[in-house]
Design a protein around this ligand. Sequence first.
Ligand SMILES: [Cu+2]
Length: 125
Amino acid sequence: MRKLFFVAALMLPMLAMAMGTTQTVEFKVNGNCGGCKAAIETAAKIEGVAKAEWSVETKLLSLTYCTETVDLNDVYQKIADAGYSSEKLEATGTPGCGNTEVQSNCGSDTEKKETTVRTNTGGGC
Ligand SMILES: [Cu+2]
């Protein structure tokens, strides 16, 4: 009986870790138009991301994802691949919206902003 309790006590935290939680983070991505919005959101929606919403006004991407299946670095990479700089990675190539005019500021303009982690919609995933 005591041994069973010990095993159960050991398993519980492991189970909680394996389940993961739904988390929402907000970070800066340098876009500037409606085309940027579509390209950024599409790039950010990798498997395990429930919601990706970028604002033209604030330049912030709000990302709701599962901590178990999503590595945030993969999201930063996808965004950079799509041609947008974020607080973590510089853009590679031209912006996904197709607007390459320097004055448009699409994709470039790296103003850094701390990631704000807002917990949670609650529950596992
Ligand atoms: Cu654009």
